[in-house]
Design a binder for this molecule. Structure first.
Ligand code: RP5
Length: 168
């Protein structure tokens, strides 16, 4: 029996896949069941509508939506569900992702989209934010998240010692 996904990692195009894999890898690291989908707000609007409408009853708890350029995917999905939507703006060749960032972050009042940094760092942080949301009602996951932060803190401390020449 397959475990039903708690998080959906949705992207507007397969060209977003490499970046959005970063979100998927991070969710996998934390043992969070997820699904990956290519759903476009403008190329497959009916599919986007159906996906957003059915998200909650399918048991999804968080949607991560990555898109580029006129990046309305996260906003469209957020308009169709009350589960939290995290938008990841893709880097673009013409405008460096500023187009995606503004399209994702500038939601008018009423329908929120939690927007991350542009590109891979944003995809990773979207997954970590999804983990933090799920960890509110999952103590085992909260313990893993605290462990992740502790490891990061330790690595940063070691880097400090290295640049100060105190360790190799
Ligand atoms: C958006 O347009 C996608 O999210 C992608 O980032 C961008 C370009 O898509 P392709 O033309 O590469 O399919 O819908």
């Amino acid at each position: 029996m397959s475990i039903s996904p708690a998080v959906a990692v949705v992207m507007g195009s397969e060209s977003d896949r490499e970046v959005m894999e970063q979100a998927a890898r991070t969710l996998a690291e934390f043992g969070v069941p997820y699904e990956m989908r290519v759903i476009s707000a403008h190329r497959t609007p009916e599919k986007a509508h159906k996906f957003g409408k059915n998200a909650a009853e399918r048991g999804l708890r968080v949607i991560i939506a990555g898109a580029g350029k006129a990046a309305h995917l996260a906003g469209v999905l957020a308009s169709l569900t009350t589960i939290p939507v995290i938008g990841v703006p893709m880097t673009t060749s013409d405008l460096g992702g500023l187009d995606s960032l503004l399209s994702t972050v500038q939601m008018p009042a009423g329908i929120p989209v939690a927007t991350t940094a542009i590109g891979s760092a944003g995809a990773k942080n979207a997954a970590l934010l999804a983990v933090a949301i799920l960890a509110l009602s999952d103590e085992a996951l909260a313990v893993r998240l605290r462990g992740y932060r502790a490891t990061m803190r330790e690595q940063a401390h070691e880097a400090d010692l290295r640049v100060r020449g105190e360790i190799q």
